[in-house]
Design a protein around this ligand. Structure first.
Ligand SMILES: [Zn+2]
Length: 392
């Protein structure tokens, strides 16, 4: 008889293959694996009972969360996607840390909470290289840091560039230091590192913005060039990412479910970052406990029309109201990023107190810092065509 733990491992792998962290699924969804499990354990005649029991075991292990008492669950811990670059790290504990850092991407988290989530976070500022590992695991930039680190520059593929100064002795860079060598090793091995940057403190608590995972791209002059993971984590970020925009999904690159769910989530994160956590049309943005709320990354060319879901130039950040109106083609933008509102009496009458009328004919007040990351012309044209045919 196979050991009990094999049930847990098998069901957990199936759940991870189907749902990403925090996606809610039901008991009947989980029963969907009964047939496969029966073929693996033909001796068990009560597979559904067993699935319920294993879900409870997984809850006790901290893998699964019970969302309510009506049979809704979610996965608590992030997992590797197929072809995940994190799998190049052979130590499972370090892999787990990298997954946790990816899961916290772009959140502002108290130092206290990070210490609970990430082993070793408390004691190490600057470059952290765990004992027994040749590679660095993360860099942590404190605001009182002595090194002149530059700002984060987000890119259209969801990646970003951050210049990080090596550690030195007596004001001089010393590449023979263990910590610097650890970063160089990450560069050669193409294993990502975590990047944390101290944020404004809140009621006396030190907080960090988790910039996510990054590759050590090169050592240039007096700094390391760190490049964040792109929206599609299985594609290594390219040095020159501001390439030609592809309006539609590339069929040559088929993603598994988990990678797709992760990419959708990362698309949202990267569009939020590009638009600095404010609605492009009305500038509204709310932060609560380190996360922006009420904002949604809208697709210019929608999912159902085959729009590119990995490139932030097919996206725009909107508040929920303006997203709902955008989806109904109540308004759109032209090639000059000026707002166009539908010529519909009922809409205009009902929208008097709405920003769309005040913004009509004017350029969107909130756009990415770099023009290359603005919505792509092809995507704008697609919307404009759909908008015009909707109100013909
Ligand atoms: Zn808005």
């Amino acid at each position: 008889m196979p050991p009990e733990s094999s049930w847990k491992t098998e069901l957990l792998a199936m759940l991870h293959d189907r749902w990403a962290t925090r996606e809610v699924f039901s008991l009947s969804d989980a029963y969907g694996f009964a047939e496969t499990l029966t073929s693996l354990h033909p001796e068990n005649k009560h597979v559904e009972d067993k699935v319920r029991q294993v879900l409870q075991d997984l809850r006790d292990d901290g893998e699964v969360k019970f969302e309510d008492d009506r049979g809704h669950y979610s996965l608590l811990k992030p997992t590797l996607v197929p072809d995940d670059p994190i799998s190049r790290e052979s130590d499972s504990e370090l892999r787990g840390t990298l997954l946790t850092i990816r899961d916290l991407d772009d959140q502002v988290v108290t130092s206290e909470r990070l210490q609970g989530l990430i082993k070793g976070f408390g004691g190490h500022k600057g470059i952290y290289k765990p004992g027994g590992s040749e590679r660095a695991l993360w860099v942590r930039q404190t605001s009182r840091g002595v090194y002149p680190d530059k700002d984060v520059v987000p890119q259209s593929d969801g990646s970003w560039v951050y210049l990080y100064s090596p550690e030195g002795r007596e004001g001089k860079i010393d590449l023979s230091l263990d910590t610097n060598k650890g970063l160089l090793k990450c560069m050669t091995d193409r294993v990502p590192i975590g990047v944390f940057r101290q944020a404004e403190s809140e009621s006396g608590k030190t907080r960090y913005r988790v910039l996510g995972l990054a590759y050590v791209e090169k050592l240039e002059g007096d700094h390391f060039v760190l490049r964040g993971e792109g929206n599609d984590v299985t594609l290594p970020p390219l040095e020159n990412v501001e390439t030609t925009f592809s309006p539609y999904e590339l069929s040559s690159h088929r993603l598994g479910h988990v990678a797709r769910v992760l990419r959708d989530r990362r698309f949202g994160i990267s569009v939020r970052r590009l638009y600095n956590h404010r609605c492009s049309l009305c500038n509204v943005g709310y932060m609560l406990s380190g996360r922006s709320i009420g904002l949604e990354a809208a697709h210019m060319i929608p999912v159902e029309s085959g729009g590119n879901l990995g490139d932030s130039r097919n996206g725009i950040l909107l508040c929920r109201n303006h997203h709902a109106l955008f989806d109904q083609y109540a308004w759109t933008i032209d090639r000059e990023f000026k707002v166009r509102v539908a010529d519909d009496g009922e809409l205009r009458e009902s929208a008097v107190a709405n920003h769309i009328l005040q913004r009509e004919g004017k350029i969107l007040p909130n756009l990415p810092q770099n023009r290359v990351s603005y919505p792509a012309t092809e995507a704008i044209d697609w919307r404009l065509d759909a908008f015009e045919s909707a109100w013909k």
